[in-house]
Write a protein that binds this ligand. Structure first.
Ligand SMILES: Nc1ncnc2c1ncn2[C@@H]1O[C@H](COP(=O)(O)OP(=O)(O)OP(=O)(O)O)[C@@H](O)[C@H]1O
Length: 762
């Protein structure tokens, strides 16, 4: 209700005034401190020549640190001053009479003298009650203890530029109006934070145990990406004292997507988190001698009849599979075996090390380091022992001969005979010692020969291109002709230095299993968005490379447009890779209207994907999606543009035209550019940032994860067919719309749209 009409208006108005004044006060003090620190640094710099320099440096450093902290505080306070909080809750702790009136905002602020909270951070343990609790008895956990109490009031505010607009009390039955309003606002090319409207099921995911892997299967628009970012913010807040945010990594499908989430990251205070794509992460580790073809390039080839050959699909699928892991393990076992000596190390007739002893050393010692480094260490041990033992043995043999010569001297009486026999024995002694010295010198080079300097690149190339190697270890899984096709394919890709994306995981697997991964590439906590597009092997590899199992994995199998190479169920990964993971499902979709979701659900139900959970939209209406047939693309483009101009305004201001293929996106771009005037148009590709143009044109597979106020799906010659991949692509494209959806298709190429959707011609 309008703030003026609410009985608590006066109380809340006073509170808001008190809060904003207090923020101003603290802001002023922070600004003054900033000036002071700056002038102290300046003075210290001036004094640098005259004073003991180390003192001055310490002084500069201390003031610079204070300046940095003050700067952060200032930014935080600036962000609070216009909308300091969005909710209030009244909580009576068990055993007490007086209620605590707690105001919840994006970050916390404490009254300096009384140490009372002025604003409570939305991530604080007690704020959990607000998101989760109904009025009445509630509990919350903090510092390992459970606290009980009574929640007496849950109140929402709309505050704009320090002015109280709305006050709403949430009782047991009230619909979350703030959520409704937030969903009817329009998209501005970037994801936004949802701290004021987080729903209970989302809150559970955000705050779920950080010491366990977590899988989230959520329908399109259920807030997976948004929740991932809020969970990171929650994590950073909860472990602020002993955790560096750069130890968190989020893997996104492409750079376009990273750009899409980039605005909300600083808003949530998680901009220091490492944000990257799987390919960029791999390149960072293994270097960029090769380029990896992206998933999107591949899908472009798969859905384009002119480019498609059936082999690319099965080869990609096979390389990401569990069988590939078995093959890799046996390949690596063979390599390590070949590195270990199979014969004893001897000198003369003495054994310095048995092969068995070396194997045992390998198995028992230095097991915390990777095999190659471990063998290098063992080699050092052998080297030192060989050096020491060779000397001992040479001394021993020398001694033996000396004893024999002494014995000869006292035993043989005849002087001439004694002389001859001693000389003979002496010569024998010298020859023997010479031979031993020579032999000793060959031991280490031989050992080195056994462990050639090998690189991951050469080993990967051998596995993927060498027929004999592959037949030897993969005969259970690949026929001879498949091996032939497989290796031929890779001989070409290696020659062109343009590898498949799946090879990145194979590179990483070999590198990490044999040579180990440097600490700088490891993360304590990893988030994967759009995880349905990852293969089994990629999950295995990521866990191994990052050396943690603390993963939050979010995806939607219904949108699995890369399922030929990705996973089709979460089960295998949960059973084999992240064994103690918990699993949550999100069914509610927040992005789109009932009208659009109903149509999208009709499409996805055509898919062969078993166990599908249909999205349930939040009650929100707009126009029914409209469907148009056309004969000439230029006419369609002109009509679409005209319609955009007509409806463009405050509610609808981001527009996207989604085609099935990239080729068609380029053609549509030409046509719309010709038709357009005052509205700007751009063609998106996966490595690009969305520059805020009014209309963007993009192929279906690139639209994944993004959203727009108005979406038009347009297909000319490249129509969606009833193939599973096309069904999913159409579903993904349809679920990108926040408010309006229209579909245009060429009469001559009807396909899936005509079959499933066109029940009411326009
Ligand atoms: N609790 C919420 N309050 C307000 N808006 C929400 C809430 N949850 C989700 N949204 C909005 O719903 C839209 C979809 O969210 P998001 O993109 O995170 O979903 P998703 O599950 O990753 O979608 P998809 O799988 O389709 O890419 C966004 O506009 C987001 O702001």
């Amino acid at each position: 209700m309008k703030a003026d009409k609410h009985p608590a208006k006066e109380e809340e108005q006073k509170r808001l005034e008190y809060t904003t004044e207090y923020i101003e006060e603290v802001l002023e003090a922070a600004r003054q401190s900033k000036i002071d620190y700056k002038s102290k640094i300046k003075q210290a710099l001036i004094d640098l020549d005259h004073l003991d320099s180390s003192n001055s440096y310490v002084n500069i450093l201390a003031n610079a640190n204070m300046l940095d902290t003050t700067g952060k505080n200032l930014r935080m306070l600036e962000s609070l001053k216009d909308e300091p909080y969005f909710a209030r809750m009244d909580f009576v702790p068990e055993g007490k009479i007086e209620k605590e009136k707690l105001y919840i905002g994006k970050t916390s602020l404490t009254e300096q003298d009384s140490q009372e909270p002025v604003i409570l951070d939305w991530r604080s343990p007690i704020a959990n009650i607000y998101y989760e609790g109904q009025l009445g008895e509630v509990t919350y956990e903090a510092h390992g203890k459970t606290f009980h109490g009574e929640l007496e009031l849950k109140r929402q505010f709309v505050i704009e530029e320090k002015s109280l607009q709305e006050i709403r009390d949430i009782d047991l039955t009230a619909r979350d109006q703030l959520l409704q309003e937030s969903l009817t606002t329009s998209a501005d090319n970037r994801l936004k934070d949802i701290v004021s409207t987080i729903q209970a099921e989302q809150n559970q995911i955000i705050r779920a145990d950080m010491n366990r892997p977590l899988f989230v299967q959520g329908v399109a628009g259920s807030g997976k990406t948004t929740i991932a970012l809020h969970r990171m913010a929650y994590f950073i807040y909860s472990y602020a004292d002993d955790f560096d945010p750069s130890q968190l990594m989020i893997l996104a499908p492409n750079r376009l997507f990273l750009d899409y989430i980039s605005d909300v990251l600083p808003e949530l205070g998680v901009d220091l988190v490492t944000q990257t794509t799987f390919t960029d992460y791999t390149k960072h580790i293994i270097g960029d001698r090769f380029t990896f073809r992206s998933k999107d390039e591949r899908i472009a080839a798969i859905i384009d009849p002119e480019q498609f050959t059936g082999d690319i699909e099965w080869i990609a699928g096979f390389k990401g599979s569990k069988n590939m892991k078995v093959i890799l393990d046996s390949y690596l076992e063979g390599i390590i075996d070949s590195w270990l000596p199979d014969q004893d190390i001897t000198l003369d007739r003495y054994t310095l090390f048995t092969a068995e002893e070396i194997r045992k050393l390998y198995e028992d010692e230095y097991t915390y380091i990777a095999p190659y480094q471990r063998l290098m260490k063992i080699r050092e041990v052998i080297k030192a022992t060989v050096k020491r033992r060779s000397k001992e043995l040479l001394d021993k043999v020398e001694e033996l001969y000396d004893d024999k010569i002494d014995a000869l001297r006292s035993r043989v009486k005849d002087e001439e005979e004694r002389r001859q026999r001693v000389v003979k024995l002496w010569d024998k002694r010298e020859a023997h010692l010479d031979a031993m010295r020579k032999e000793a010198k060959t031991i280490l080079p031989q050992l080195t020969k056994q462990m050639p300097k090998t690189k991951t690149e050469a080993l990967t190339r051998k596995l993927l291109t060498d027929k004999d190697t592959l037949i030897h270890i993969a005969s259970e899984y690949l026929s001879e002709s498949e091996v032939e096709t497989f290796t031929r394919h890779h001989r070409t890709t290696f020659r062109k230095k343009e590898l498949d994306l799946e090879d990145a995981a194979i590179f990483l697997y070999i590198e990490s299993r044999l040579f180990g991964i440097h600490k700088e590439h490891q993360y304590q906590n990893v988030f994967i968005d759009e995880a349905q597009d990852y293969s089994y092997l990629e999950f295995v590899v990521l866990k191994q490379v990052c050396n943690t199992s603390l993963f939050t994995i979010l995806g939607d199998l219904s949108q699995g447009i890369h399922s030929y190479r990705g996973i089709t169920s979460w089960q295998n990964v949960m059973e084999d890779v992240f064994v103690n993971a918990s699993f949550q499902t999100l069914r509610q979709s927040y992005r789109t209207t009932i009208e659009i979701m109903q149509e999208a659900n009709r499409v996805i139900q055509k898919s062969s994907y078993e166990g599908m959970v249909l999205a349930e939209p939040v009650v929100r209406h707009d126009e029914q999606p409209d469907i148009h047939q056309f004969t000439a693309m230029n006419e369609a483009a002109a009509a679409i543009y005209k319609h955009y101009r007509e409806i463009r305004g405050d509610v609808y201001h981001s527009f996207a035209i989604v085609t099935k293929t990239e080729r068609e996106a380029e053609r549509v771009y030409q046509e719309v550019s010709l038709a357009s005037g005052e509205m700007s148009v751009s063609l998106l590709d996966e490595n690009q940032e969305h520059d805020g143009t009014d209309i963007v044109i993009l192929p279906s597979y690139l639209s994944k994860g993004l959203e727009f106020d108005v979406v038009t799906i347009l297909t000319d010659q490249d129509a969606f067919t009833d193939q599973d991949i096309d069904i999913k692509l159409l579903y993904v494209a349809m679920t990108r719309a926040l408010h309006r959806l229209s579909i245009w298709y060429n009469q001559k190429h009807e396909g899936l749209i005509e079959d499933v959707l066109n029940h009411k011609q326009i």
